[in-house]
Design a protein around this ligand. Sequence first.
Ligand SMILES: Cc1cc2nc3c(=O)[nH]c(=O)nc-3n(C[C@H](O)[C@H](O)[C@H](O)COP(=O)(O)OP(=O)(O)OC[C@H]3O[C@@H](n4cnc5c(N)ncnc54)[C@H](O)[C@@H]3O)c2cc1C
Length: 289
Amino acid sequence: MKPAAFAYHRPASLEEALSLLAVHGAEARVLSGGQSLVPLMNMRILSPAVLIDINRCRELAYIRREGGMIACGALARQGEAEASGLVAATLPLLASALPHVGVRASRNFGTLCGSLAHADPLAELPSVAAALEARFVIASARGRREVGAEAFFVSALTNCIEPDEMLAEVRFPVAAAGARTAFLEVANRGHGFAVAGVAATLEVDAAGRCAGVRLAAMGAGDTTVRLAAAEALIEDEGLSAAAIAAAGEAARAAVEPTADVHASAEYRAGLIGVLVGRALRAMAAAGPR
Ligand SMILES: Cc1cc2nc3c(=O)[nH]c(=O)nc-3n(C[C@H](O)[C@H](O)[C@H](O)COP(=O)(O)OP(=O)(O)OC[C@H]3O[C@@H](n4cnc5c(N)ncnc54)[C@H](O)[C@@H]3O)c2cc1C
């Protein structure tokens, strides 16, 4: 199928893109990598009257360090992040998750911000952003605002961006020196969308105490879900076998997945509990990076 007719704008700067959004926002969609939007338009699941293609806004094509944060502009491609030495050195969780996001061809076009804005509950990057406590920089002609993952992801395929706004940048805190991370998912097909997955990070101090435990699950419900009870258990009790088993059980109990042709809700919840256990055991076994 082909998409319904639409007006096409190709701004050359962020300012121009925001002016277009101020006028057309309610009936417009931002086009970045097009890897989700274009198929949805071709299937006529989405029929925006106006497309605002930001691919000529070169000022948005960056991945750079700004103090303790890695700032990724709206045109930072998933493939560029995957190949980036800066990302490998400072964001090991993001680096280990990226090869799971689609296929190389989709990562060459798809952007980090596009995947986050798409807000698919089975996508990898929202859980990575939640576990890393990323900041989302949302811009409009009215100004800029910054929110965290808990505010950004509203429900399945729905974010908190207003019609005249766009996601201009995502900012990830640089991993602490002793941080340990794990990204695990189970998919029915290699390179297929996951059934469920877990993004995890923690720090272990010199005395062996765990701090900064952050666990986020995908396939866990309408949006990525932070597993607060499991996090608290590990911070209180450490990485003993009993604590890890209890954290897995707490994670299973905390999620409310949906069923589809790939898995029942019960299977997904059980899988998330198992993956939390595996991720914690992997981080317990790993030394600081
Ligand atoms: C073969 C294939 C396999 C895939 N497998 C996976 C997978 O396993 N896991 C996974 O997570 N994804 C997968 N995807 C989707 C892929 O990761 C997309 O790149 C991603 O979901 C969207 O990024 P994009 O830059 O292409 O955004 P687009 O498709 O351009 O846009 C997606 C949505 O976000 C909005 N949007 C885009 N950028 C912005 C912005 N800066 N501000 C506000 N709104 C914006 C658009 O209006 C649209 O609604 C797959 C895609 C393909 C083609």
